[in-house]
Design a protein around this ligand. Structure first.
Ligand code: URP
Ligand code: ZN
Ligand code: ZN
Length: 470
């Protein structure tokens, strides 16, 4: 007999929507049929849509920060918030600190995660110190162990790689079939803008948006694409903020280059004006992230890209700092210049409701496209498909039940993260995740996260099927 039967489901996948029952046994989907037969447990999904559980492929938890800042979420609160927002898998980052071995970074990160996960997790690496030992031995060994993607930075003093290092890292990624995620903003351009703005006395959080100029993002996107062409490797440009970097990605694709693209809620729901706060005051720090939100023209471009396939995935870039906290946005120096305000905003729980409401409910994207962007494509890009990201026989029974008509006012309390605010406070949302199953077990019902911090498992991943087909 089945462990679980879900009746009266309107199922939505990346390709289709159809009415069927879902049979679950031992955590996996074993049947999709008009009638799956008897089961030990039943869920009546009448009036709800059943979608693959969300996969948030860009999340920062318990990651060391510079300047006295501490992230507001570790694994317990971060995965709790993820579950509240309809996610079943998240991919945070194991950061290599300079001089540290990659293996040590990964082991330390496992120790932080073990026994503290309400959802499944898998780790990207962040490479900050690409020594010959790291690129020649440690990275290939870790890729074979299932750490098949990593991020590199083109800015931030303590993270930036120079062009020679980027090229060597890309070359290793091609050889080992690993997927490189690129933070594409030009470091020297940002440093120049920061100095000029400070000299002019323009130090409020708002000027963060001017210092991280779109030209710096456009230039770095082009440079990363060029290095990827030189070394013949697929890359993902993460957190793309608007029209100009998108045009670089489209240009690369016209040249036949495998360049993948990610965007995030802040680029459709916020603009740089939010960084003005109430009156160019410190409230603006609540919206400081990199790249920063741009303008309404860029928002329109992002929507077009979400529709036309320019974007493959929609992630949160959840990177939460408490606002009223000397180890958060208010670190020493932050009120003297935007330069010291920690970069990053929360979003792991808000990601899918925002895209559902602004996208599906407002008719900008189809439900199937929503599934592609939030679950199926992240699974394909990062080596989790078809175990994750779809509703099919053999897949894990990771399912999110959506009430497409539910109207909710976004408040921070609903999101259950460790932060003390949401940038989306007061936003009117239509369409809400009301229940989440992880391997057939309910981990969230009506906002209550019920699975416990041992419900989630660590997932070793395969090679990216999207980036390295065949
Ligand atoms: O401002 C941001 N995005 N902070 C998180 C780190 C990153 O670059 O993704
Ligand atoms: Zn980044
Ligand atoms: Zn990030």
């Amino acid at each position: 007999m089945l462990d679980l039967a879900i009746r009266n489901a309107r199922i939505v996948t990346a390709a289709d929507r159809f009415d069927a029952q879902i049979g679950v046994k031992d955590g996996r989907i074993t049947s999709l049929a008009e009638d799956v037969g008897p089961a030990a447990e039943e869920i009546d999904a009448a009036g709800l849509w059943v979608l693959p559980g969300g996969i948030d492929a860009h999340v920062h938890l318990d990651q060391p920060q510079g300047g006295g800042a501490v992230l507001a979420d570790g694994f317990e609160s971060g995965t709790r918030s993820a579950a509240a927002g309809g996610n079943t898998t998240i991919l945070p980052f194991a950061l290599q600190e300079k001089g540290q071995s990659l293996r040590a970074a990964v082991e330390a990160y496992h120790a932080k995660a073990d026994g503290r996960c309400h959802t499944d997790v898998s780790f990207h690496l962040i490479i900050t110190d690409p020594t010959p030992q790291v690129l020649g031995q440690e990275l290939p060994a870790l890729i074979r162990d299932g750490y098949t993607s990593f991020k590199v930075f083109m800015t931030y003093d303590d993270l930036v790689l120079n062009d020679a290092e980027l090229i060597e890292v890309f070359d290793t990624a091609r050889r080992e079939k690993a997927l490189v995620m690129v933070h594409a903003e030009g470091h020297d351009a940002i440093k120049y803008m920061t100095r000029k703005l400070e000299e002019a006395g323009r130090t409020a959080p708002y000027y963060h948006a001017e210092s991280h100029a779109v030209v710096a993002e456009r230039e770095a996107t082009h440079r990363a694409i060029s290095h990827a062409e030189l070394t013949d490797v697929p890359i993902v440009i993460v957190h793309v903020s608007g029209r100009e970097p998108m045009e670089q990605i489209q240009w690369a694709r016209r040249r036949g280059r495998p360049v993948f693209a990610e965007t995030c809620p802040q680029y459709i729901a916020l603009t740089r004006d939010d960084l003005k706060g109430l009156n160019m005051d410190f409230e603006g720090a609540k919206y400081v992230c990199s790249p920063p939100p741009r303008d309404t023209d860029s928002q329109a471009a992002i929507w077009k890209g979400l529709r036309d396939g320019t974007f493959d995935i929609f992630s949160s870039d959840h990177c939460p700092f408490r606002f009223e906290d000397k180890a958060g946005k208010d670190v020493p120096g932050a009120r003297t210049s935007f330069r010291w305000v920690p970069n990053g905003i929360p979003g792991v729980a808000a990601r899918m409701p925002i895209l559902f409401s602004e996208g599906v409910s407002k008719g900008r994207i189809t439900p199937e496209r929503f599934v592609q962007l939030t679950a199926a494509n992240p699974a394909k890009l990062y080596g989790l498909y078809p175990k994750k990201g779809t509703i099919a026989v053999g897949a894990d029974a990771d399912l999110t039940f959506w009430d497409p008509g539910r109207e909710v006012t976004m408040t921070h309390a609903l999101l259950q993260d460790g932060c003390d605010y949401t940038p989306y406070e007061g936003m009117q949302i239509k369409g809400w995740p009301v229940r989440t199953l992880l391997r057939g077990r309910t981990i969230m019902a009506e906002g209550e996260v019920t699975g416990g911090p041992e419900a989630g498992q660590y997932l070793a991943r395969g090679i990216s099927a999207a980036a390295f087909p065949g």
